[in-house]
Design a protein around this ligand. Structure first.
Ligand SMILES: [Zn+2]
Length: 68
C-alpha cells in the first residue's frame, strides 16, 4: 500500500496500490496524476573493472595515453 498525497497541499488522499492514478484533491481541487514508481531492480551501473578509481592504468576503465 502506498499513501497518496496531494502534490499541492499535502493532504492524504488515499492509500492504494496503483499503476496510474488520477485523483482530485477535495481540499484544494488539484488534480493529482500519479504513476507508480517502478522498483529499482537494476543496480547503478557498476564500474567496468576494479581499477575504476583512475589511479591504476587500466585498459577498460582508465584512459591510456600513448607514450611519447
Ligand atoms: Zn490538495
Amino acid at each position: 500500500m502506498e499513501i497518496v498525497r496531494c502534490g499541492h497541499c499535502g493532504r492524504k488522499l488515499a492509500e492504494a496500490e496503483f499503476v496510474r492514478l488520477a485523483i482530485k484533491c477535495p481540499r484544494c481541487g488539484t488534480l493529482n496524476t500519479l504513476k507508480a514508481v517502478e522498483p529499482l531492480t537494476r543496480a547503478p551501473r557498476a564500474p567496468d573493472c576494479e581499477c575504476y578509481d583512475g589511479k591504476t592504468n587500466c585498459p577498460v576503465g582508465g584512459r591510456q595515453t600513448p607514450p611519447g
